[in-house]
Design a binder for this molecule. Structure first.
Ligand SMILES: Nc1ncnc2c1ncn2[C@@H]1O[C@H](COP(=O)(O)OP(=O)(O)O)[C@@H](O)[C@H]1O
Ligand SMILES: [Mg+2]
Length: 189
């Protein structure tokens, strides 16, 4: 099981569009894929739920170890593609993460799915927080960058985080609007 994250400090750069489309393409290529909508705005849940109204669950039961992660997963209308819908309580995730010292909580929560899931795609909220620190521990972190100064600045601000968190993500900038993909200085392969 590989975990990839679409992350940026900046909103409106294409995290959700990338996450949903990559998850869809992976699922249609035969990979059992799970998209986790970590953004309380719930845009990717909306894309995947379609006309169905799906109510996400508070994560507190998962965090307390009372409910397995499987209880949070919904099937999408696409084969091989499941998702964990967002919930407004996700806005408190940072506070919860702050109360936990575990090294890689998201990885721990996802571990029971490793047999049946090939790819986990994290659609992240635009923040620099405890949640981002967790997310930056994914196997790959993709940072969509559009050609504006604010977007480029937010790419720059992703750099110090791996050193702060002592993790080793392989960051990739996705340049939108005709640019080519470029790997960051922290990328290894
Ligand atoms: N590659 C792209 N080219 C043009 N427009 C895009 C592209 N990716 C996303 N968009 C549009 O940009 C807007 C913001 O995208 P979104 O994925 O919601 O950003 P984020 O998740 O970073 O806030 C949306 O209207 C989306 O349709
Ligand atoms: Mg989004």
């Amino acid at each position: 099981m590989k975990t990839i994250a679409f992350y940026s400090l900046k909103g409106g750069v294409g995290k959700t569009a990338s996450a949903v489309n990559i998850a869809y393409l992976a699922s249609q290529a035969g990979y059992s894929t799970l998209l986790w909508d970590l953004d309380p705005q719930g845009a990717s849940s909306w894309y995947l739920a379609g006309a169905d109204r799906i109510k996400g669950h508070k994560l507190s039961a998962l965090m307390k170890g009372k409910s397995p992660i499987a209880d949070f997963i919904h099937a999408s209308r696409y084969e091989n593609l499941d998702f964990i819908p967002s919930h407004t309580s996700f806005r408190n995730l940072d506070v919860k993460l702050d109360q936990n010292d575990s090294v890689n909580l998201i990885k721990e929560w996802l571990a029971p799915l490793s047999e049946e899931t090939s790819l986990v795609v994290l659609d992240c909220p635009p923040s620099l927080s405890r949640l981002s620190e967790q997310v930056l521990k994914a196997d790959r972190v993709f940072v969509p960058v559009i050609p504006t100064w604010l977007s480029l600045n937010s790419w720059g601000s992703c750099g110090p985080l791996p050193r702060i968190t002592n993790s080793n993500p392989r960051g990739c900038a996705l340049l939108r609007h005709g640019g080519s993909a470029q790997e960051s200085a922290s990328g290894t392969d």
